[in-house]
Write a protein that binds this ligand. Structure first.
Ligand code: S3P
Length: 426
């Protein structure tokens, strides 16, 4: 994919696809509920299709009608043993959340996925699930996928997670549905809370206090009618594009602004961005709004601590914003970036350098001295959707032409991304 420097302002209205995290959870809880769950604005990205595929191999009928998805749930205790090895594709959310559910089943299952997922750390879920009494093995004994999970009757635990990770928290809470007593997870900082919100909507008892979430076991989950708000992690690219291309004004409709996900908005404001929230609404228990974003002169900021989990997937595009901002941006406490779909820390540093940016990697983040004009370059996405989309935005603001290699990987979370970006340029 070739991206040329934008010669005129970006203008128009865009609706980004449904939230990836919420779409996954809607299918999972729909499968475990009694009755049919209807999901509107479901994300038809490859990751969420992997989740549907896994459940369809466990006896769950899912009608994917495009504009809506119907999940015919069978209740908490009626999944069938998988008729094949479950394929999670590239999806960390499918792997970790599904593992929590599988840990509570009276059968053995195996899951595997692509090369990226086979290198991501799974001990972070193997540890708590084992404490609960499940048998979870890394088949190659390397702490990664493929996993073999033998479900058991589970014990409720109080788990102190060493990382702020919604995937770990959700894995343990979902296993907690099958435990003999309440299960709680305490994190160093609060991670996204979509699982807790959605479990409550399906009828489970979940309570949150500070950084601890607790679930009570064996509820009867009731099917729900859900509308998935637009994904702020996808909106992030248009927010950045509008902020960076002089004269731009873009309205992004219907974006989820859950306070555990809105870190990008907070950082952009600290950098001097002109972003207005309009038309605030509730989407099935998730706050959302239209975002009006206007070109702004940005200055550097410090991004650290509890803010990190609230913008973990947006950090690559924050680095792009920082490269064009005046002054220095420091990103700290972001070591989790190394274990995403790719090592996003190293890749951002290498590729931004290739464009002429003054950037250095640190143990747990990066330091970016912004404001130098960047030059178009050839960027390999490494098959990481967020790397591809971040550099597409850098390409709009850099001189000349930027070429993104293996650019189709955006289909993981945003099929149609390049088309939507193009429309704003007319
Ligand atoms: C997700 C949680 C985050 C995020 C991922 C989706 C989720 O991962 O990076 O894209 O849906 O729970 P971690 O929980 O591992 O930080």
């Amino acid at each position: 994919m070739e991206i040329k420097q934008a010669k005129k302002p970006l203008r128009g209205v865009v609706s980004v696809p449904g939230d990836k995290s919420i779409s996954h959870r809607a299918v999972m809880l729909g499968a475990l509920a009694d009755g049919t769950t209807r999901i509107r604005n479901f994300l038809q990205g490859a990751d969420c299709l992997s989740t549907i595929d896994c459940f369809s191999h466990m006896g769950i009928t899912v009608d994917n009608l495009g504009d809506e998805v119907l999940v015919h749930g069978k209740g908490l205790h009626d999944l069938s043993a998988p008729d094949q090895i479950l394929d999670v594709g590239n999806s960390g959310t499918t792997t970790r959340l599904l593992s929590g559910i599988l840990a509570g089943q009276p059968f053995t299952s195996e899951l595997t996925g692509d090369a990226s997922i086979q290198s991501r750390p799974m001990n972070r879920i193997i540890r708590p699930l084992s404490q609960m009494g499940a048998k979870v093995e890394s088949v190659k004994n390397n702490g990664c996928v493929p996993l073999r999970i033998s479900g058991h009757s589970l014990t409720g635990i109080q788990y102190q997670s060493p990382v702020a990770s919604a995937q770990v928290k959700s894995c343990v809470l979902l296993a907690g549905l099958y435990a003999d007593a309440p299960t709680s997870v305490t994190e160093p900082w609060v991670s996204r809370d979509h699982t807790e919100r959605m479990l409550a909507r399906f009828g489970a008892r979940v309570e949150t206090e500070d950084t601890t979430a607790t679930i009570w076991p064996d509820p009867s989950l009731q099917a729900a009618d859900l509308y998935v708000p637009g994904d702020i992690s996808s909106a992030a690219y248009f927010i950045a594009a509008a902020l960076l291309v002089p004269g731009s004004e873009v309205l992004i409709r219907n974006v989820g602004i859950n306070p555990t996900r809105d870190g990008l908005l907070r950082v952009c404001r600290a950098m001097g961005a002109d972003i207005t929230l309009e038309n605030r609404q509730d989407a099935s228990g998730e706050p959302c709004a239209d975002l009006l974003v206007r070109y702004s002169e940005l200055t550097g900021a410090t991004v650290e601590g509890g803010l990190i989990p609230a913008l973990i997937d947006e950090l690559p595009v924050v680095a792009i914003l920082a490269a064009f901002a005046h002054g220095t941006t420091v990103i700290r406490n972001a070591e989790e970036l190394k274990v995403k779909e790719s090592n996003r820390l190293d890749i951002m540093v290498t590729e931004l350098k290739a464009m002429g940016c003054d950037i250095e990697g640190t143990e747990d983040g990066m330091i970016i001295h912004g404001g130098r004009p960047l030059e178009g370059a050839v960027i390999d996405s490494r098959l990481d959707h967020r790397i591809a989309m971040s550099f597409a935005i850098a390409g709009l603001a850099a001189r000349g032409t930027t070429t993104i290699l293996r650019s189709d990987c955006v289909d993981i979370s945003y099929p149609g991304f390049y088309g939507d970006l193009e429309k704003l340029q007319h």
